[in-house]
Design a protein around this ligand. Structure first.
Ligand code: NAI
Length: 475
């Protein structure tokens, strides 16, 4: 049978780490190496204290505990990893470009290209190269050309195998995948490579869930999946604005339409706006591709999903300022949550960062409590946004220091809310629902406001305590 014995994954991030851990768990007969150029990240993956893994995901530490040292290995030796792996996954970051052509829109493929060149340089035998990163359509073709140009001796098959896991439920999503998509070339070499990867996943995923397609369809399916998911969020968020004007309740609307089996109930939760490293980046990438192929109407259609999301974040911040009698200057506003969603420590593109910036511009004092995000990360996020938006020229500048002076990060929730003028829920962490809201109310300035950006708290109970409660899309 067409079975690989060794797999190497380049990139030990939110995708590479959990994905390879689950492969190793389900395939004890395959040696899985995860390599990364970031030594701190690798050290954290190797830490004997499983609380120190670089990524927080429910169930991850159990899987790592089972497989690490048995058939799962983390290392900074990228070259050795490439030599060892019969199959090589590329799972490096593909952020939005911050310079040059396509700035702010296109995916930056420099890390992916570096990997391809590295593979060509050190490979000593034929390899199957798997694109796990999310990539624009036709990237596989470029990777193949680079590999073949740099190394004419060996044979490379390129597969596209996009990852559909959601952070916060990554392990469960990987273990019980709705589907696994594998795109490959139509020639015999391509088909053999597809078969080898199918044989890996077939160790735990039912065959009928393994979809094989042509490479380009697979690449485009990933961008389309994220665009459609984000579009659902922007659609319900758009309606939330209308609900607030008309007196309708967006959760009732979502429930009512979600019962229609053509629509379905999932991903219809109104909120302060979507975040995460993927939705915005992948839609902008799709928009860029459409413009490139001269389809401006299609590009504008999808771009509106991102614009609506920006509008939703802005609306939330503006509602806080308006409600607090048009000024938040010097007022203590406490953020519950900083991660872009619950059950992850990932903060990339989190709505909290944008809302915080708007309130800081209005001279608010921001206090933050998040159960899993570190103080260092929160400051890093703000510094990044402030330099990106041109508010401050460099990290550590005086303007930056002045702004960040008004941010305090707490490691426990109650002190964070002491003497606050308002509380804003930015992440839907379950623990927020269990707090003693009466005590919190007693220790706040009055009128005590709560802006629930996730509609998770009990509005009726809070109103009875005396809070001025504002949810999203509650007319
Ligand atoms: P990440 O930033 O967490 O991890 C990427 C890792 O690659 C970093 O640790 C970095 O040091 C490493 N790296 C970069 N260049 C390297 C090189 N030349 N050699 C060795 N290591 C290198 O990124 P994340 O979130 O894991 O995303 C990876 C890809 O997966 C992206 O294309 C993303 O769009 C896609 N994706 C992400 C999902 C998510 O939920 N985060 C879900 C599905 C796809």
């Amino acid at each position: 049978p067409n079975q690989v014995k060794t797999i190497t994954c380049i990139g030990a991030g939110y995708v590479g780490g959990p994905t390879m851990a689950v492969i190793a768990k389900n395939c004890p007969h395959i040696r899985v190496n995860v390599v990364d150029i970031n030594p701190e990240r690798i050290a954290a993956w190797n830490d004997t204290d499983l609380e120190k893994l670089p990524i927080y995901e429910p169930g991850l530490k159990e899987v790592v505990a089972e497989a690490r040292g048995r058939n799962l290995f983390f290392s900074t030796d990228v070259d050795q990893g490439i030599r060892d792996g019969q199959m090589i996954f590329i799972s490096v970051n593909t952020p939005t470009k911050t310079y040059g052509t396509g700035k702010g829109m296109a995916a930056d493929l420099k890390y992916v290209e570096l990997c391809a060149r590295q593979i060509a340089k050190v490979a000593q035998e034929d390899k199957i190269v798997v694109e796990k990163s999310t990539l624009p359509v036709r990237t596989a073709e470029s990777i193949k050309r680079i590999l073949q140009a740099e190394d004419t001796e060996h044979n490379f098959a390129i597969l596209s195998n996009p990852e559909f896991l959601a952070e916060g439920t990554a392990i469960d999503d990987l273990q019980h995948a709705d589907r696994m998509l594998i795109g490959g070339e139509e020639d015999e070499n391509g088909q053999r490579a597809i078969e080898a990867l199918v044989n890996v996943y077939a160790n735990w995923i039912p065959r009928e869930r393994l979809i094989t397609t042509r490479v380009w369809s697979s690449e485009l399916s990933k961008l389309t999946a994220n665009a459609v998911l984000a579009q659902r969020v922007s659609s319900i968020n758009a309606i939330s604005a209308l609900c607030e004007r008309t007196g309708a309740d967006v959760d009732e609307v979502a429930h009512a339409i979600g019962m229609d089996s053509r629509i379905g109930p999932k991903f219809l939760k109104a909120s302060v706006g979507f975040g995460g490293s993927c939705f915005q980046k992948d839609i902008l990438n799709l928009v860029y591709l459409c413009r490139h192929f001269n389809l401006p109407e299609v590009a504008d259609y999808w771009e509106q999903v991102v614009k609506l999301n920006d509008y939703q974040k802005h609306r939330f911040a503006k509602n806080i300022v308006d409600s607090l009698f048009n000024t938040v200057s010097g007022k203590k506003i406490t953020f519950l949550g900083w991660a872009f969603k619950k059950d992850t420590n990932d903060t990339r593109e989190s709505a909290a960062i944008y809302v915080a910036k708007e309130l800081l511009d209005d001279h608010a004092e921001i206090h933050v409590y998040d159960p899993k995000v570190t103080k260092e990360q929160i400051f890093k996020d703000l510094e990044y946004l402030l330099t990106q938006k041109g508010d401050c020229h460099s990290e550590g500048s005086e303007a930056m220091r002045n702004l960040l002076q008004r941010v305090t990060v707490h490691t426990s929730p109650y002190p964070a809310m002491d003497e606050a003028h308002a509380i804003a829920v930015l992440t839907e962490w379950d623990e927020f629902k269990t707090y003693d809201w009466k005590e919190i109310y007693n220790n706040m300035h009055k009128p005590a406001f709560i802006f629930d950006g996730r509609n998770i708290l009990n509005a009726k109970e809070l109103a009875e305590i005396g809070f001025s409660y504002k949810g999203i899309g509650k007319g």
